[in-house]
Design a protein around this ligand. Structure first.
Ligand code: NAD
Ligand code: ZN
Ligand code: ZN
Length: 394
């Protein structure tokens, strides 16, 4: 089959790889119809390169048709239309019992001290072949895949795999009361949906911050009040000015390790990425590889006693944080990978309605054949041609 493979820094290629088959009785194989590129894939494209191996298959936001199931898989059957969550969880361990699916103890990668295995996300997360491919082997399929109805186009359901539950969890973690204010730093796909979900849940003031005109415009179309970070050199101050001087009750960092405006950390990331694996990998694990601009903005902006919801991915171990500010302001911080299936019961009914309440018809900016993945990655990374969310079709 054809699949998007990582070959080196900013080098992905569509190649022939071996077709996946059922290996365990709890597996399924899904023929992929749509598979999106995520901001998290951009981290693999460059800064997390030390953890990649040439030939790794990328991708973790898929949906398609079930073509095979193992003997222990009964919740889905051949022919079903399914969305596959990005984290692989068993549904029955200590963590899964507590709906902490991103920490599943059955698929945890203990060798690297990490949580649940993820599709297409380096050896740190289980080295599981990813979903930007014609076929996907789905481990733990007796629990994971989400059955969706026939009819509406893929774009309606595809984002149950990652974007929607991630954004939903980010809003839940931010814990903003209905008459309060939420700021969302970063208006990529995750930030966009966090804004929409917060508005949908009735949060009165939702502020979206970014630099990119079409991303600001999209957020504004869906009810966010936007702050253009190119128009101010102090986003924290701008957000305080909009909230009676106090700052928003909750702030979501939907940017992560590749924030703009951090030249030194940017150079560190490039250096670690270019070093031989033996040096680059420990350097990336132990050193401060993250660009913390967005996180610092969030810490500065959040009101005293407020909540910081960090959904952007970070990877370093000794990144310096303003501990004095965090402590003095009494900030609560909640973060982590999304526990995808925890949120399905709340999100799926919204998607099944006729009136597209989350505006999924105005989200995907580019749909491209899988074969064009190299161009799609380059476009998404550079935010060229208005790219906000790109879907690949095998
Ligand atoms: P994206 O790269 O498209 O979005 C990031 C946005 O942040 C861009 O629009 C960019 O212009 C903006 N930005 C960069 N620096 C900024 C700054 N200093 N201030 C304000 N805005 C800034 O990616 P995405 O797909 O929306 O993902 C966002 C983050 O969420 C990534 O780090 C991704 O890895 C992470 N993520 C986490 C989970 C999870 O489970 N926790 C799941 C999916 C994605
Ligand atoms: Zn993703
Ligand atoms: Zn589990």
């Amino acid at each position: 089959m054809r699949a998007v493979t990582w070959q080196g820094i900013e080098d992905v290629r569509v190649e022939d790889v071996t077709d996946p088959v059922i290996e365990e009785p709890t597996d399924a194989v899904v023929e992929i119809t749509s598979t999106a590129i995520c901001g998290s894939d951009l981290h693999l494209y460059r800064p997390l390169a030390p953890f990649m191996q040439a030939g790794d298959v990328l991708g973790h936001e898929p949906m398609g048709r079930v073509v095979a199931v193992g003997d222990d898989v009964h919740q889905i059957a051949v022919g079903d239309r399914v969305v596959v969550p990005f984290n692989i969880s068993c549904g029955a361990c200590y963590m899964c019992d507590r709906t902490l699916f991103a920490q599943c103890e059955t698929t945890q990668v203990r060798e690297h001290g990490k949580g649940a295995s993820l599709f297409g996300y380096t050896k740190l997360y289980g080295h599981v072949p990813g979903a930007q491919a014609e076929l996907l082997r789905v481990p733990q399929a007796h629990f994971g895949p989400i059955k969706v109805p026939d009819g509406p186009p893929d774009e309606r359901f595809l984002f149950l795999s990652d974007v929607l539950p991630t954004a939903w969890q980010a809003v839940a973690h931010a814990d903003v009361p209905a008459d309060g204010a939420l700021a969302v730093i970063g208006l990529g796909p995750i930030g966009q949906m966090a804004c929409r979900i917060a508005r949908r849940q009735g949060i009165e003031h939702v502020f979206g911050v970014d630099f990119v005109p079409e991303r600001l415009a999209m957020a504004e179309r869906h009810g966010a009040e936007v702050v253009d970070a190119t128009a101010t050199d102090d986003v924290g101050e701008a957000l305080r000015a909009l909230t009676g001087g106090r700052g928003p009750d909750g702030v979501i960092d939907a940017v992560g390790m590749e924030a703009h405006g951090a030249p030194v950390a940017g150079a560190m990331q490039r250096a670690a990425g270019l070093l031989p694996k033996a040096i680059g990998e420990p350097l990336s694990k132990r050193a401060g590889i993250d660009r913390l601009t967005a996180l610092r903005t969030a810490i500065d902006a959040v009101r005293r006693g407020g909540t910081l919801s960090v959904v952007g991915v970070y990877g370093g171990a000794v990144d310096p944080l303003p501990m004095l500010d965090l402590f003095d302001k009494g900030v609560q911080i909640r973060m982590g990978q999304a526990h995808v299936k925890r949120w399905t019961p709340e999100i799926l009914p919204l998607l099944e309605r006729d009136d597209d309440v989350l505006g999924l018809d105005d989200f995907v900016t580019h749909t491209m054949p899988l074969a064009e993945a190299p161009a799609a990655y380059a476009m998404f990374q550079a935010k060229r041609d208005g790219a906000i969310k790109i879907v690949l079709q095998p």
